[in-house]
Ligand binder design. Structure first.
Ligand code: ADP
Length: 544
C-alpha cells in the first residue's frame, strides 16, 4: 500500500522561491568582479533568476541542455544557476583554474550550448571560443558599460540579456530526478569525468548540509563561501544558505587573506568554508596584522586534510570552532563532518583535538565502509585501513556519458579512491589517496599524517610527502617543505621535531626545502608534479 502524502517534487528553484517569500529582505552581498561591493537580496535574486530562465527559453534552451558558467562566487552567478535549473536545463560549472585545453575538452564533452562568464576570463574565452562549436551564445556576467571588447560570436552583457525578460516567468515542472548541475572532477589521472547532480540530489544534499551536526546553518547566520561555486557545488552553500534564509556574502575574485578578512569583518560573517590553503593565507594575515574575527563562530575546512596546528590556532587563539569535513565532487560533495559527539565533547580539549583532526562522521544519507583488495569489508576499529566506499542519495551512480564505470560496483557502492580507517564511534580518518600511499617494506605509510605533523613546526608553512624508490624498502618517504615567510629551519630540526611524533619507520629519509608547492585546480597538493620533479631524488639512506 502506498502512502497518501503529496508527491511534491524536490526541484531546486523551490529553494529560491522559499527564500524570496520568507527571507526576501535577507541580503546577498557580493564583492563584484567590477570592483565595488554590491548588495541585493533573496527577493531580487529570485526575480532575476526567473528573468534568466525566460531569456534562456527565448534563446531556445530547453530541458537537458547544458549551460556552462565560468565565474566567481557572485549574486549573478547564483541567479544564473537558479535560472538555468528552473527550466530543466543544466548549469555546468567550468573551473577557470584548469588549463585552457582542459576547459575546451570539458565544454565540448558536455556539449555546452551557452557560456556565462566573468569579465576576468574575457581573454581566455576569446582564445578558446573558436574551439567550442556547440556554444551559440556568450553571456558576460556584467552590464553593457563593462562589456569587454573581445572577438566572440553572439556576445551579450548579462544585464542586457535579462533586461526585458519576465520577472514573473513560471518555472517549469519536471521529474525531480532531472539533471540539474554538472561538474567535472579535476581528473588527476586520465581525462576529467562529469558528475551530473539531479534536482533531487541537490535538495537532499542541502538538507543534509544544513543539519546541526553538519554545517549547522540558521537564518541568523551570515555565510561566506570562499569555496568556489565551480568547486563541487560550493559545498552546498548556494542551496543550503537560501534554504534557511541565511545572509550570503560572495567574495568574487579576491580570495587572498587580506580581502577575505576585510569581507568577514565588514559583513560580520558567522560561518565560512574553504580549503586549507585559503585558511593558511588568512591565518598568516591575522598573525601579521594582529586582527581578530569576533563575529565568526564556525569555519568549515575540507578538500584536503586540515592540519592540527591550523585547527588549534582557529579554536584556541581566535575562538572559532573548526568543522573538519571530507567529501568529493562525486558526493555533491559532503561525506563526513567533524562535529563532536557527546562522548567526544566530554573529553579534555587535547583529546577532542585528536577527533577534530579526523575527517568526521557521516550524516544520515551517507553510507560508508572500508574494504581490502579482495573487496572484503574491514573492521570499524580505527586501526584497519582500506579503500573507502560510499553510497547515498547524493552520491554519483555513474559518470556523464558512461565513463569511469570501474569506480561503481554491482551493489551500488562508489569507490572514493581514498584509503581510510573507521573508528568505533563512526569517525573516519583519511590516511591517503590510494594513488599517493607509500609502501615501505610491504607496510603503508600515511603521507597525510606526516604532512599534518610537519606543519606543526613553527617555521613550516606547508609540507608534502612523496614516495621515492629505495632498493631495500621499495619506497621511502621524502618530505618537501615550504618555510613561512622570513623563517628558516634545517633538515635536522625538522626531523628532530617529527621524532617521537611519528613511528620511527615513518621518518622521512630526507627533507627538501622549496619556495612553493604546486596545487591542483581545486587547491590540493599536486603530488604527481612533485613525484615528477623529486621522484629521482637521491636519498642519503641509499649507499652510493
Ligand atoms: P578533485 O576534482 O580535485 O578530485 P574533489 O574535491 O572531488 O576534487 O576531491 C576529493 C578528494 O579530496 C577526496 O577524495 C580526498 O582525497 C580529498 N579530500 C577532501 N577532503 C579531505 C579532507 N578533509 N582530508 C583529506 N583529504 C580530503
Amino acid at each position: 500500500m502506498l502512502g497518501l502524502m503529496q508527491d511534491w517534487p524536490l526541484l531546486v528553484h523551490k529553494i529560491i522561491d522559499h527564500a524570496a517569500l520568507y527571507h526576501g529582505e535577507r541580503e546577498v552581498v557580493t564583492r563584484s568582479v567590477e570592483g565595488p561591493v554590491v548588495r541585493t537580496n533573496y527577493a531580487q535574486v529570485a526575480r532575476r533568476a526567473r528573468k534568466v530562465a525566460h531569456a534562456l527559453e527565448r534563446h531556445g534552451i530547453t530541458l537537458g541542455d547544458r549551460c556552462a558558467t565560468l565565474g566567481w562566487n557572485t549574486a549573478r552567478h547564483i541567479e544564473a544557476w537558479y535560472g538555468i535549473a528552473g527550466i530543466g536545463a543544466i548549469y555546468h560549472t567550468l573551473n577557470p583554474r584548469l588549463f585552457p585545453d582542459q576547459i575546451v575538452y570539458i565544454a565540448n564533452h558536455a556539449e555546452d550550448k551557452v557560456l556565462f562568464f566573468d569579465i576576468t576570463f574575457a581573454k581566455l574565452v576569446e582564445e578558446i571560443a573558436p574551439r567550442l562549436p556547440s556554444i551559440g551564445l556568450y553571456v558576460c556576467l556584467t552590464d553593457a558599460a563593462h562589456l569587454p571588447d573581445i572577438e566572440v560570436p553572439n556576445l551579450v552583457a548579462y544585464e542586457d540579456f535579462i533586461a526585458d525578460a519576465d520577472p514573473g516567468f513560471e518555472w517549469k515542472e519536471f521529474d525531480e530526478r532531472t539533471g540539474c548541475g554538472l561538474c567535472y572532477t579535476s581528473g588527476t589521472t586520465g581525462n576529467p569525468k562529469g558528475v551530473l547532480y539531479s534536482h533531487r540530489s541537490n535538495i537532499l544534499h542541502a538538507f543534509i548540509a544544513g543539519q546541526a551536526d553538519a554545517m549547522g546553518l540558521r537564518a541568523c547566520d551570515t555565510i561566506l563561501p570562499v569555496v568556489p561555486m565551480f568547486h563541487a557545488n560550493a559545498w552546498a552553500l548556494a542551496f543550503a544558505a537560501p534554504m534557511v534564509g541565511a545572509k550570503l556574502v560572495m567574495p568574487g575574485p579576491k580570495l587572498d587573506g587580506d580581502s577575505v578578512c576585510d569581507l568577514l569583518t565588514a559583513e560580520r560573517v558567522t560561518m565560512t568554508a574553504a580549503v586549507p590553503t585559503v585558511w593558511l593565507a588568512l591565518l598568516q594575515y591575522l598573525e601579521k596584522t594582529g586582527k581578530t574575527l569576533p563575529d565568526m563562530k564556525r569555519v568549515l575546512i575540507g578538500g584536503s586534510a586540515a592540519p592540527r596546528s591550523m585547527i588549534e590556532t582557529f579554536e584556541r587563539k581566535y575562538g572559532i570552532t573548526v568543522v573538519h569535513a571530507w567529501g568529493m565532487t562525486e558526493m555533491s560533495p559532503l561525506g563526513t563532518l567533524g562535529t563532536m559527539k557527546p562522548n567526544v565533547e566530554a573529553l579534555p580539549y587535547e583529546r577532542q583535538l585528536d577527533y577534530k583532526c579526523k575527517q568526521g562522521h557521516p550524516p544520515f544519507g551517507v553510507e560508508m565502509k572500508i574494504v581490502d583488495d579482495e573487496e572484503k569489508e574491514l573492521p570499524r576499529d580505527g586501526k584497519a585501513f582500506g579503500r573507502l566506499k560510499v553510497r547515498g542519495p547524493a552520491v554519483a551512480k555513474g559518470y556523464f556519458r558512461g565513463e569511469g564505470t570501474g569506480a561503481f560496483d554491482a551493489e551500488g557502492w562508489f569507490d572514493t579512491g581514498d584509503v581510510a580507517t573507521l573508528d568505533p564511534d563512526g569517525y573516519m580518518t583519511i590516511t591517503d589517496r590510494a594513488k599517493d600511499v607509500i609502501k615501505s617494506g610491504g607496510e603503508w605509510i600515511s603521507t597525510i599524517e606526516i604532512e599534518n605533523i610537519a606543519v606543526g613546526h613553527p617555521a613550516v608553512a606547508e609540507a608534502a610527502v612523496i614516495g621515492v624508490a629505495h632498493p631495500k624498502w621499495d619506497e621511502r618517504p621524502l618530505l618537501i617543505v615550504v618555510a613561512k615567510p622570513g623563517q628558516a629551519a634545517t633538515r635536522e630540526e625538522i626531523l628532530g621535531y617529527l621524532t617521537g611524533r611519528i613511528a620511527k619507520w615513518w621518518m622521512p629519509d630526507d627533507v627538501l626545502f622549496v619556495d612553493e608547492i604546486p596545487h591542483t585546480a581545486t587547491g590540493k597538493i599536486q603530488k604527481m608534479t612533485l613525484r615528477e620533479r623529486f621522484g629521482k631524488h637521491k636519498l642519503p639512506t641509499v649507499a652510493a
